[in-house]
Design a protein around this ligand. Structure first.
Ligand SMILES: *Cc1c(COP(=O)(O)O)cnc(C)c1O
Length: 376
């Protein structure tokens, strides 16, 4: 059996090595490191893949979130609702822009932002909702978009973990994640479902005017050379990263299919265990792209199980160990523990197993056998 990795980028690289090396070599020969033709072609390829009018590449997913919020013209004091159970980048940029983060609880089945909790958190100051497609599962977008419309709020999708997934609306219409909100942000960090070989990110929108504003913001607020109309940032996807992404984008659906089939094998092996809750897929198959495969370990020693797996050289991790509302940087006297029963419980129970496109059936069998042997 091959050594088990949490994420196996080395094996994935082997399959695309020649194409990747050749396109990087080309950039080295031409020295077109910034704004090379690869960046524009990746932008076009991704627009086509997602079915979205505008992709604006940038330096990383955190920048993408920040720039999306700057583009919408959110002002200090505006309230932005997001999930208590997610990676900190989402709430970090809200704070950096001096907007007011409003963290709310999540759904215990999907781990995604709770629609009921959003409704309760809306005030006259609320300006936007940021759903995160956590672990690769699309959030309840139909309901979220409906609430947003009723209250005249922006929806900013954090699609860093959900790229390639789709959401099916009740009228049968199917839309890719990242193409539903007013604006969306994604990350091409190496371990994401579509990852480059360094840092990268992008903003998506169907709004022509917003796209124009954002294209200026990523480039120092310039709309005409050396005319700075607004305060912007410097946030670029470099040509080498775009070249890698151009090789990997055509593989994304097959990568995600392989993740899903690994997830199925895990769930099949663990489904009836009394101490294990396997991930729920809320919608169609492609509504979950399994950025992470995350179990809940209930009425059992989750930390002991983790130590046992690690002693067998099975990597695993807790995403995320501390709710954001308890993080020092984001403490707020308005939060009450009674408002976060689900997040507070999930941080005690979740355990993420190795998940990537190169997992092999014998590895998954070994992992699930070890889980069952520990839990009894
Ligand atoms: C990875 C991630 C980000 C940030 O992306 P970076 O490219 O690392 O800045 C934001 N939100 C979520 C949910 C993420 O998983």
């Amino acid at each position: 059996m091959k050594k088990i990795q949490m994420v196996d980028l080395k094996s994935q690289y082997k399959d695309i090595k020649e194409e990747v090396n050749q396109s990087i070599q080309e950039i080295l020969e031409n020295s077109t490191f910034i704004n090379g033709p690869q960046v524009h072609s990746f932008q076009k390829n991704l627009e086509k893949y997602l079915g979205v009018k505008h992709v604006i590449p940038c330096a990383n997913g955190t920048d993408a979130l920040q720039i999306a919020m700057m583009g919408l013209g959110l002002k200090p004091g505006d309230e932005v609702i997001t999930a208590d159970f997610t990676f900190a980048a989402t709430v970090e940029v809200i704070g950096l822009l001096q907007l007011t983060p409003v963290l709310v609880d999540v759904d215990p089945k999907t781990f995604n932002i709770s629609v009921e909790a959003i409704k309760k958190a809306i005030t006259p100051k609320t300006k936007a909702i940021v759903p995160v497609h956590l672990f690769g599962q699309v959030a309840d977008m139909e309901e979220i978009l409906k609430i947003a419309e009723e209250h005249n709020l922006y929806v900013i999708e954090d699609n860093a973990q959900g790229i390639g997934g789709s959401y099916t609306f009740s009228d049968g219409k199917k839309v890719k994640t990242g193409a539903m909100g007013h604006v969306s942000a994604t990350s091409f960090f190496p371990s994401k479902n579509l990852g480059c070989y360094g840092d990268g990110g992008a903003i998506f929108t169907n709004d022509d005017e917003l796209a124009h504003i954002i294209r200026g913001i990523v480039n120092h607020g310039m709309y005409e050379r050396y005319h700075h109309d607004v305060i912007g940032v410097n946030s670029r996807l470099d040509s080498i990263q775009a070249a890698v992404l151009n090789v990997k984008l055509p593989q994304l659906d097959s990568y995600n299919t392989r993740r899903r089939s690994a997830a199925n094998q895990y769930s099949e092996a663990l489904k009836n265990h009394p101490n294990v809750i396997t991930p729920v897929i809320q919608g169609d198959d492609d509504s979950h792209v399994f950025h992470q495969y995350t179990l809940r370990i209930v009425n059992a020693d989750r930390n002991g199980l983790m130590a046992h797996l690690q002693s067998k050289e099975i990597p695993c991790a807790i995403y995320y160990p501390i709710p954001l509302h308890k993080q020092k940087a984001y403490l707020d006297s308005r939060y009450k523990e009674a408002d976060f029963p689900v997040t507070n419980q999930l941080v005690q129970e979740v355990l993420s197993l190795p998940m990537h496109s190169e997992l092999e059936p014998d590895q998954i069998k070994f992992i699930t056998d070890e889980i069952k042997s520990f839990l009894g």
